[in-house]
Design a protein around this ligand. Structure first.
Ligand SMILES: O=CC(=O)O
Length: 354
């Protein structure tokens, strides 16, 4: 178990002699209290420090998330909370924090870990970190798509372990993007950024589905709006880019996979919850679809004995889509700025309209 990971920052040392508090201590004690649930990248921490605006408490680890029990203790009476996607922000946590809590800032674009209804009920302002991660996520999605469709993990393994015999005509063949149809499930900024990167690979056609057509976004990539059925039927590559909501929960299921081509590739860099993993396993193991690349699963981490790990045609990454130094620092800075603005009662740079 980790050492004691709570670090207090910017709190004036308490007088050990029991004397009257110093001026600094009096000032510090009137500053809003903020709890940060993770050792976030340095940009964000620097901004919080530098602001002189908050009393900061930090779960000083990136390797081990703050245990729930500890979190429930630490949030008591805080004015602001900065969290990451591993923290479930629900009624229990908000009750534990109490009525002082005015601002919640999550260092993530996804917010399915937040109970928005409970946050709204309590009048808590919520910030998140879209846009700054779009490029990194799109890049990783393209990397995962190519890794999966051209069987790079299998190929590298064969090369390293002696499977590489003579050059063979059909050995390790995969599927190419040229002349393909790429389908996007949930067209937003990230879907557009993925399509922009894939277009130079000579994709023939982009199609997408969403709750309604999104003509402005679609125009940028010349994408055609189709039904979910058509998306499944036509896509050679299907990239899932939608948010996880009650409506999209397990939306990629047996029904969808059964309509896809046997040669098609399924890629998910959104949230594991949008996929019915048992159905995906069946589709992959019976050859209903050719392969899948997943950056997200349920649960995370996916246990190493999970059946999906036994499949050669399934590439699984540990939720790293936004993991570039630049992007993670930008996310931490945006999360810090959202928090500081919210605490000052000013509009956040990226706030959710609850
Ligand atoms: O998955 C990552 C995020 O939501 O930022």
């Amino acid at each position: 178990m980790a050492l004691h990971r709570l670090q207090r920052i910017a709190v004036a040392p308490l007088s050990v002699s029991g004397g009257a508090p110093t001026k600094v201590q009096r000032e510090m004690s009137t500053l809003p209290r903020v709890y940060v649930t993770r050792q976030i990248p340095p940009e964000g921490l620097r901004l919080l420090h530098k602001s002189g605006q908050v009393q900061l408490e930090l779960w000083d680890s990136d390797d081990v998330p703050v245990p729930r029990k500890e979190l429930l203790q630490r949030v008591k009476g805080v004015d602001g909370l900065l969290c990451v996607l591993t923290e479930k922000v629900d009624a229990e946590l908000l009750d534990a924090a109490g009525p002082n809590l005015k601002v919640l800032s999550t260092m993530s674009v996804g917010y399915d870990h937040l109970n928005l209804e409970e946050l709204k009920k309590r009048g808590i302002h919520v910030g998140y970190t879209p846009d700054v991660l779009t490029d990194a996520v799109a890049e990783l999605t393209v990397a995962l798509l190519l890794t999966t469709s051209r069987r790079l993990i299998e190929a590298a393994h064969e090369a390293k372990t002696g499977g590489w015999g003579t050059w063979r005509t059909l050995w390790l063949c995969g599927y190419e993007l040229a002349n393909s149809t790429v389908g996007i499930l949930g067209l937003g900024r990230i879907g557009v950024a993925i399509a922009e990167r894939l277009a130079p690979f000579k994709v023939r056609k982009f199609i997408y589905t969403d709750v309604a057509p999104r003509p402005e976004l679609a125009k940028a990539i010349n994408a055609e709006y189709v039904s979910m059925d058509e998306l499944a039927k036509q896509s050679d590559f299907l990239a899932v880019c939608c948010a996880l909501t009650p409506e999209t929960n397990k939306i990629c299921d047996r029904n969808l996979f059964s309509k896809m081509k046997k040669t098609s590739i399924f890629i998910n860099t959104s949230r594991g919850g949008v996929v019915n993993q048992e159905d995906l396993y069946e589709a992959l193991s019976t050859g209903q679809i050719a392969a899948a690349g997943l950056d997200v699963t349920v649960p995370e981490p996916l246990p190493t004995n999970h059946p999906l790990f036994t499949l050669k045609n399934c590439v699984i990454l540990p939720h790293i889509a936004s993991a570039s130094y630049t992007t993670r620092n930008a996310m931490s800075a945006l999360a810090a700025n959202n928090l500081l603005l919210g605490l000052r009662g000013e509009p956040m740079i990226k706030g959710l309209n609850l």
